[in-house]
Design a protein around this ligand. Structure first.
Ligand SMILES: [Zn+2]
Ligand SMILES: [Zn+2]
Length: 184
């Protein structure tokens, strides 16, 4: 869906649409090691307000995304409730000091060609931004046994403790002692 800025009325434009697997797929690349799937389309609400030098976009993306736990590799549903609040600025029209101002106001901003806003792209960005860098099914996820490959959340395995306290496990232990923002 492409929205022409000159077609946005002064009173703003409201959109509500479903955004499903078909819309997501073009944004996935075969190199992505972890698959993201939409079993049900996401519900998107967007309000566009035209300003002299930018377009204000607000709204929400809600639903759930099927992701893969980076530690145990099991798929699970990640609930998505992302508020959209960003400023779309024409690519070349952002002088350096404006950028600082926008950041000071803690606004997210995004660039576009000044004429057309690509809705699919905008939603895809919101979805990817909403996902953590390291996706875990649970903070306490035990991961996969490096010895036998079993998902340790399901079953303890029969490998010796020694195999399990591999380098990876030790690394996780070190990480778990760090403050949360340093864990990734
Ligand atoms: Zn897991
Ligand atoms: Zn094992």
């Amino acid at each position: 869906m492409r929205i022409r800025v000159d077609e946005i009325p002064d009173s703003g434009r409201f959109l509500r649409f479903q955004w499903g697997q078909e819309q997501l797929s073009p944004f996935m690349t075969p190199e992505d090691p972890f698959e993201i799937v939409l079993p049900k389309p996401l519900d998107v609400r967007i309000e566009l307000q035209k300003q002299p030098d930018h377009v204000k976009v607000s709204g929400s993306v809600t639903g759930s995304v099927q992701v893969t736990c980076h530690r145990c590799l099991a798929p699970f549903l990640f609930p998505l409730e992302e508020n959209i609040d960003l400023v779309m600025v024409r690519e070349e029209s952002l002088p350096q000091q404006d950028e600082t101002e926008l950041e000071e106001e803690e606004l997210e901003f995004d660039f576009f060609d000044g004429e057309v806003i690509e809705m699919e792209h905008l939603v895809a960005e919101q979805v990817f931004l909403a996902l953590p860098v390291k996706i875990l099914c649970a903070q306490s996820c035990r991961g996969i046994c490096p010895g036998c490959g079993r998902n340790l959340n399901d079953d303890p395995c029969t490998c010796s403790k020694e195999t399990r306290s591999s380098f990876l496990t030790q690394l996780e232990e070190v990480k778990s002692k760090l403050p949360p923002q340093n864990r990734e």
